[in-house]
Design a protein around this ligand. Structure first.
Ligand code: ADP
Ligand code: ADP
Length: 224
């Protein structure tokens, strides 16, 4: 797994600076949370790691190599969005296969990889369904499968559970944690829900107004 070092990272939209010198070291294989209120810069920071949005100042290093300025597809960083963003006209299997086809993975390898990814998220029986035939939780699992099937170096989750109803959200926490441990992939989870971060994550960076205010294990981080 990959170590992530973020050094002196600043980012502006026009004249408005929304990240104001972020410093963070995320350990290989860690399940890490960005926690904070709406507007504190969590999503902007996550998107900067994925390579979306304006180019920041400062450095984002994966195993020591700075990726600022490189384009998203060169980074091999996987991101799951709050809104799932599945293609409605494609089956589950096609949705998951798409990234492999784009990367010119040999056709003979695509089927087995898609099946393995769907099994991992507990959706092995749904390959031929369409997204509209699935519940929100099932769609979120497919979105996860689509991201992990290409074996990204880093997994970024932008409020992945916030569109689910309360019971399912609690249940999915454990599934997400199990999946992360099984893959052993360095993972960043964005949430505004402290309980959610406490339940799932190894360490938490509490963000406020574009900076990291506190960083530590759940038992070390307090609401203020
Ligand atoms: P969070 O994820 O913590 O809710 P965001 O990273 O989405 O916070 O937003 C941080 C700040 O940046 C907010 O003030 C937001 O309005 C602003 N912002 C986010 N995206 C854009 C954008 N594309 N253009 C201008 N301002 C933006
Ligand atoms: P979320 O909280 O789900 O990340 P937001 O409502 O913060 O969603 O942002 C949705 C989209 O709008 C993002 O692409 C973000 O960059 C953009 N955005 C957020 N705030 C602003 C803003 N003040 N001006 C322009 N775009 C913004």
């Amino acid at each position: 797994p990959v170590q992530i070092d973020i050094e002196n990272l600043s980012l502006s939209f026009g004249n408005t600076e929304v990240l104001k010198g972020v410093n963070l070291a995320i350990r290989p294989g860690e399940f890490f949370a960005f926690l904070g209120p709406s507007g504190s810069g969590k999503s902007t920071l996550l998107r900067a790691i994925a390579g979306f949005g304006p180019t920041p100042k400062g450095q984002i290093k994966l195993d020591g190599q700075d990726i600022v300025g490189s384009v998203p597809w060169q980074r091999n960083v996987g991101m799951v969005f709050q809104s799932y963003a599945l293609w409605p006209h494609m089956t589950v299997a096609k949705n998951v296969a798409f990234g492999l086809e784009e990367r010119k993975v040999p056709a003979s390898e695509i089927g087995p990889k898609v099946r393995a990814a769907l099994e991992l998220v507990g959706m092995g029986d749904y390959a031929e369904r369409f997204p509209s035939q699935l519940s929100g939780g099932q769609q979120q699992r497919v979105a996860l499968a689509r991201t992990i099937v290409v074996e990204p170096r880093v997994l970024l989750l932008d409020e992945p559970l916030s569109n689910l109803d309360a019971n399912l959200r609690v249940q999915m926490r454990q599934d997400l944690l199990k999946l992360q441990r099984r893959l052993g992939i360095t993972t960043i989870f964005v949430t505004h829900d402290q309980e959610e971060a406490n339940t799932i994550c190894d360490r938490i960076a509490v963000m406020a107004d574009g900076v990291v205010q506190q960083i530590g294990r759940p038992d070390e981080v307090y609401d203020n």
